[in-house]
Write a protein that binds this ligand. Structure first.
Ligand SMILES: [Mg+2]
Length: 293
């Protein structure tokens, strides 16, 4: 069974960020490699911004469900509780947040529905919010670059040119990941190497994808590099000896600022590097490929 572990702090935060000179790259724990063969990417928040703002849908929906149980807790208290567990579980498949909601309903004496039911309600609401974005991409009214983390395509192109095989693994349902990757014009880079959540959630995890790549595609874990904005993928990469780049992009500003919530979280689980986006992709790859060990 592919359990996804919860978030725990394992690595200390540096007092001051150590930057690779002249770049936006924070070097947390320098890691060098001779050859990168495979790169694995998280999707939402790492490459795609189509689902930006999803917590503003998920959190109020859950607060509404819990407040109907008349537990005596204020809306502010419920919002704090929900915000905390939603963020704690971010990066895992969406169903894990719904499983926690079901637990909270039970704790308050309520009769929960199936977690899948809550996931569908959430997803319908989220699609209503993001359908305009998807439609604008479909019609050509919006360009892919408007809904990509800045310079995503240049990094993918750079890796592709270097002969690196690219994979996508996301906690979002696989059908949507494939569709949105296509809308953003990323499908030529990933082809069929796209993995996402499936209804039988125990049969998928980002870690299972990483393990499979390590077994089948590389001879040394240092030939695997991963990019993600969630603790799950970073933690898994670190545990298996891969190179982990934390993408702490500010999804709203998109101006090269680091998201102050994502950065410490990614460092805590072992990210080797932190970047705000991919503007310094060449410097990052050259630094990692320096012959220092
Ligand atoms: Mg993400």
């Amino acid at each position: 069974m592919n359990h996804e572990s919860d978030f725990h702090v394992k690595f200390p935060l540096p007092d001051t960020p150590c930057m690779l000179s002249g770049s936006s790259i924070e070097v947390v724990r320098p890691y060098h490699t001779q050859k990168i063969r495979v790169a694995i990417f998280d999707f939402d928040g790492t490459l795609s911004l189509i689902r930006e703002g999803w917590p503003e849908i998920m959190i109020p929906m859950m607060v509404q469900v819990l407040s109907e149980l008349d537990s005596g807790e204020s809306e502010a208290a419920l919002t704090a509780l929900v915000t905390d567990f939603v963020h704690r579980l971010t990066g895992k498949q969406t169903i894990y947040q719904m499983l926690q909601l079901v637990e909270e309903i039970k704790k308050r004496g309520g009769q929960p529905r199936d977690p899948q039911w809550y996931k569908e309600v959430y997803h319908r609401r989220l699609l209503a919010r993001i359908e305009q974005r998807r439609e604008a991409l479909r019609s050509g009214e919006a360009t892919a670059d408007q809904w990509l983390v800045p310079h995503s395509r240049e990094l993918l192109e750079n890796l592709h040119r270097r002969g690196v095989q690219l994979y996508l693994a996301s906690g979002t349902d696989e059908v949507y990941v494939r569709e949105e990757a296509r809308l953003l014009g990323l499908d030529p880079y990933f082809e069929d190497r796209v993995y996402g959540a499936v209804n039988d959630y125990r049969s998928f995890s980002k870690e299972a994808v990483i393990r499979q790549l390590l077994e089948e595609k590389v001879s040394d874990p240092k030939q695997l590099i991963g990019f993600g904005d969630g603790y799950v993928e970073i933690e898994n990469l670190v545990r298996h000896g891969g190179l982990a780049v934390g993408v702490a992009s500010d999804e709203q500003k998109r101006d090269g600022s680091v998201d102050p919530w994502k950065r410490p979280r990614l460092i805590s689980v072992g990210a080797h590097y932190i970047i705000p986006d991919f503007r310094d992709h060449e410097a990052l790859l050259e630094h990692m490929l320096e012959d220092q060990n």
